[in-house]
Design a protein around this ligand. Structure first.
Ligand code: DON
Length: 331
C-alpha cells in the first residue's frame, strides 16, 4: 500500500485515511535504523530509536494520530519558532529583524565558523543557534525564569495548557553546553546580546527542555497554517505578519542545512529539533481533485533516530510520502 499514488477522491473516508497512515507509519518505522539518536546531550541518548509517531489536525476538524504519539519529548530547536514569534510580538518585527537576519546558512545549526568567517553584523537567521541565542536575549524579563515565562505563556495560549520542563534533559543540556557557551561568548564579544550572557544561556537551555507531544506540534502547525489564527478556539494567537514571516523562515531555514531538500521534496514550512520532533505546516490549497486535508492542516511528527543533519530520519521520509500522496506542497 505504500507504493503508488492513490485516487483520493474515493478514499476520503476517515477510517480509510487512518488505515493508510497506520500502514505508512509501520513502513517508515523500519527506516529508523538508518539514523541515530542525538548523543551530544547525554540524556537525549536514552530515547528509543524505534519510536515513530504522527498527528495530523485538519482545518476540517479531522484529526488522525498513529504510532508512538503518547511519548513526551523535549521541544529542542522547535522552541526557536516560539521564541522568534514572542520576540517579534514583544519588540516589533523591525526591531528583531534589524538584529537577526533571515538568510539560510547551509551550515550546521551550531556552527561557529560561519558567523566568524563572514564577520557578520547580525546572525544569519533565528533558527541557527547564534540567531536563536540572540533572540532569547531579547525576550522580556530580568531572569531566565521570567524570560522563559514569555515562551510558556505563548505555548499556553496555543495549546490550552502550560507545558513543563524536563528537568533531567535541562540539566544534561546545561552541563554539556560547551559549544553553545562558545557561541554565547562570541555574541557577547560582538555586542549582539541584549541580556546577561548567563541568563540568556540558561533561558535557552530551559526553552529547549520544554516537554511537548506530537499532538502539541500538530496544533502549533495548525495555527501557523491559518496565519496565526486558531480555528478551534476562533481566536487570533499570532499577528498575521509575524506568522507569515515565521513560515517563510521555516521553509528556508527550518530544517537546517537540509532545508532546500525538504522544500523541494516535501514543500511545506517545517521545523525540526534534535529530540526527533518536526512541525510541518500545510496551508489551504486549491486543487482540481479531492485530496485529504485540502483546507489545510498542522502535522506533528516524532522520531528520535536522526540523520546526519540532526533531523528525524524516518520522520522526514514519512512526511515526504504523505506530502506526495496528498499533494501538500505549497508550490
Ligand atoms: O542547541 C542545542 O544544542 C539544542 N538544545 C537544540 C538543538 C536542536 O534541536 C537542533 N536541531 N536540529
Amino acid at each position: 500500500m505504500v507504493q503508488g499514488i492513490v485516487n483520493w477522491s474515493t478514499e476520503l473516508n476517515e477510517e480509510w485515511l487512518q488505515n493508510y497512515v497506520d500502514d505508512w507509519v509501520a513502513f517508515y518505522r523500519k527506516h529508523t535504523k538508518d539514523g541515530e539518536v542525538a548523543s551530544y546531550i547525554p540524556k537525549l541518548q536514552e530515547a528509543n530509536p524505534h519510536h515513530l509517531g504522527i498527528t495530523i489536525i485538519g482545518n476540517n476538524g479531522l484529526e488522525i494520530s498513529s504510532g508512538d504519539v503518547e511519548i513526551p519529548f523535549t521541544i529542542q530547536s522547535i522552541s526557536k519558532v516560539i521564541s522568534f514569534i514572542v520576540a517579534c510580538m514583544e519588540r516589533g518585527v523591525s526591531y528583531v529583524l534589524d538584529r537577526v537576519d533571515v538568510e539560510p546558512t547551509g551550515e550546521a545549526f551550531n556552527s561557529i565558523m560561519h558567523i566568524e568567517m563572514n564577520q557578520v553584523k547580525k546572525p544569519f537567521n533565528p533558527f541557527v543557534n547564534a540567531g536563536a541565542i540572540t533572540i532569547t536575549s531579547m525576550l522580556n524579563g530580568n531572569t531566565s525564569d521570567e524570560k522563559l515565562a514569555s515562551i510558556l505563556n505563548m505555548l499556553e495560549k496555543m495549546l490550552g495548557y502550560r507545558p513543563v520542563l524536563d528537568v533531567d534533559i535541562y540539566e544534561s543540556e546545561r552541563d554539556s553546553s560547551m559549544r553553545n557557551r562558545a557561541i554565547g561568548y562570541y555574541l557577547l564579544e560582538t555586542g549582539l546580546l541584549e541580556s546577561d550572557l548567563n541568563i540568556t544561556l540558561e533561558t535557552y537551555f530551559k526553552q529547549c527542555s520544554i516537554e511537548i507531544s506530537v499532538h502539541d506540534l500538530a496544533k502549533i502547525g495548525l495555527i501557523l497554517a491559518n496565519d496565526g489564527f486558531d480555528p478551534q478556539r476562533n481566536e487570533e494567537i499570532i499577528p498575521r505578519q509575524i506568522a507569515r514571516i515565521t513560515k517563510a523562515l521555516m521553509l528556508t531555514c527550518g530544517m537546517y542545512d537540509a532545508s532546500g531538500k525538504f522544500a523541494t521534496y516535501v514543500g511545506v514550512p517545517a521545523k525540526s529539533g534534535v529530540s526527533g520532533g518536526i512541525i510541518a505546516v500545510a496551508p489551504p490549497r486549491v486543487r482540481d481533485e479531492a485530496m485529504p486535508f485540502l483546507s489545510g492542516c498542522g502535522i506533528g511528527v516524532f522520531g528520535p533516530s536522526l540523520d546526519d543533519k540532526g533531523n528525524s530520519v524516518a520522520g522526514i521520509r514519512l512526511l515526504r510520502h504523505i506530502a506526495s500522496q496528498w499533494d501538500l506542497s505549497i508550490f
